[in-house]
Design a protein around this ligand. Sequence first.
Ligand SMILES: Nc1ncnc2c1ncn2[C@@H]1O[C@H](COP(=O)(O)OP(=O)(O)OP(=O)(O)O)[C@@H](O)[C@H]1O
Ligand SMILES: [Mg+2]
Length: 331
Amino acid sequence: MKVAHICFWFHVSLTASGLVNAFDPFTTTLVVGLGATLGRTIYKYFQENCDQKWIAYNTTGLKSDLDSKLFGQHIASRIILKAVNGFMSNNNPKKPLVLSLHGWTGTGKNFVSKLIAESVYVEGMHSRFVHVFTSTLHFPHAEQIATYKSQLQQWIRGNVTNCERSMFIFDEMDKMHPGLIDGIKPYLDYYEKLDGASYRKSIFVFLSNAGGDGIIETALDFWREGKQREEIELKDLEMALSLSVFNNNKSGFFRSTLIDKNLVDFFVPFLPLEYKHVVQCVLAEMKARKIPLNHDVADKVAQDLVYFPKSERVFSVKGCKTIESKLDFYI
Ligand SMILES: Nc1ncnc2c1ncn2[C@@H]1O[C@H](COP(=O)(O)OP(=O)(O)OP(=O)(O)O)[C@@H](O)[C@H]1O
Ligand SMILES: [Mg+2]
């Protein structure tokens, strides 16, 4: 036992002195090179890449998120699931997936984009393959449209060249200059390749309030007739959507040629939210904060919001939008 111990130390000291003597330029280069390769491997392992480890569509995840986290949007939920499932299970799509989400403020349009991103990318909205543009923030000056257009095109091209499974979310699409919308149109079309890149596996999501008024009218008609909200079907809203989105000469959509070419695969209506949905949003926020669910507080928060029409108080003016900040005052 003792002999083995001594032999071990002898071996260690030899190796150590060998190491000290071995710092000639060749070995140094080798050691540094090996270190760098190892470092790179470790870095690559943790850094998000455009591969199956980081981009793995989770069908059941999206379905259960839509079922349990998105309130009062039976039509949107169904269309989104069908659209994303179909697209992601097709290995050779003919064009990118283009979704256009419409509806009143605070009804879940950004929220759904986040759920889609989380189902496709391990990093969700933090993924470096998910890009969000807000027209008023990124493209504020009408006189610079030509510059914005070429920058945006380069940006889309660069990102898709880097990873064909990229996702682009355009917020406030109704406030976007028609010239810019026309600028992104080529990427949404049925091209095998454009400038050497294939856009067919990308996802484009447009968000806007356009059509919101028409959707509200229909939802209110149903409510006044005593019908269930869940009885509203897509076909009941299509007319409202088309009138305010396509026949409205103030809408950037209308003035762009995006619509004529049928490049949008799905127009997704979001219904205005009622009192009971607001309560659900408050409870969801409590759950997210890991505080005990308090139904009385949830009722109080919901009661203090503003509803319209004034006489009937059916729909929340801000949807679920201000819940997060409001809750602080009640707990
Ligand atoms: N239908 C919903 N189900 C669950 N939570 C919702 C819903 N709608 C809104 N919320 C909550 O309210 C927050 C704000 O909603 P969101 O940002 O998605 O609204 P929006 O439809 O994009 O509104 P805007 O048109 O003003 O941009 C969300 O982060 C989410 O927490
Ligand atoms: Mg939004």
